[in-house]
Design a protein around this ligand. Sequence first.
Ligand code: GLN
Length: 288
Amino acid sequence: MDEFYQELIRKLSGVGINSPRLEARLICAQATKSEPSQLTFPLTPQQKAEALKLLQQRLNHKPLDKILGHREFYKSDFLVDENVLSPRPDTEILVEEAIRLVEQNQPIRILDLGTGSGCIIESILAECPNAVGVGVDISPKSLLMAQKNAEQIGVSTRLKFIQADWFDRSFVQKTAQTFDLIVSNPPYIPTGDIQGLDPEVKNYDPYIALDGGADGLDSYRRIAELSVHLLKAGGYILLEAGIGQALDIAGIFQRQGFVLKQIVQDLSHIERCVILQKPVAEIKKDGI
Ligand code: GLN
C-alpha cells in the first residue's frame, strides 16, 4: 500500500476516527481532484501538501463533510458548511418513511421546520414530482445553503423558503397556508448534554440546531402547537427523535389530539422517527 496513504490512515486512527481508511481515501481524492474510486498513487508533492492541510483539519475533529464541503444523503449530494447541521444517515429513515406515506404523484404540500441544508425536504421533493414545499429556518445562512442545494438537486421551483423563528407568536400568520405533511429534525439535545457531545458535533454543528432546551423537548412542544394550525386534517407529522425521546414526543402530540401511527427504528435500533397523524375531525384551535 502507498506509504503516504498509510500514514494518513495511521494518523486518523490515532485520534480515534472511526473509518480512517475511508476518510484517508476521501482526503486524497479531494487533494487530487479525482473520484475516490479512481484514486491513483503516488500523489505529487503538491497534492500531498494539500492532503496534509485537509488531514490537519480532520485531526482537529472538523467533520469530513465540512472539510470537503459536501455530503451524500439519501440519493443526492448536499453542500454543507458550518452554518448547517451535517446530514446524518439516521435521518434518511425519516425521508424513507415520508416517501412511503405519500402517494408518489400526489400534489401535496410539505412543511419542513428547521430546514438546515435542506436535505430532508429536498430528498422528499426529488422523489415526489408533484409535491411542493416550504422550508423554514431561523438562520439566513443555512437558507442560502438550502437554496443552492435545491437548485443543484433540481427541486428549487417547487420549494420556497421562509426565514423565521417558529417560536415567534406570529409564525402561523407568517406561514399563511396549511400542509399535508410536516417534517422536522429539530434541535433535541438537552442543553446540559451538549458539552459532552463529540467535538465533531459540539464544535462544528450550529449550536441552535442542537439545543433542545432543558429536557431536549422544547421544539416538539412547539411543533405540536403549530401542527394544530398548520396541518390539514388527516395529514401526517414525521419527526426525528433523539435517543430515548420517542415516547415522550408521542405523548406531547397525543395530548394535543394527534394520533401516534408508528415509531421507526434506525439501523442501530434506536427509535428515531415518530410518525403522527392529525385526525380527520378538527382539533380545537386554542392556546397558541
Ligand atoms: N443527531 C444529532 C446528534 O445527536 C443532533 C441533531 C439534533 O439535535 N436534531 O448528534
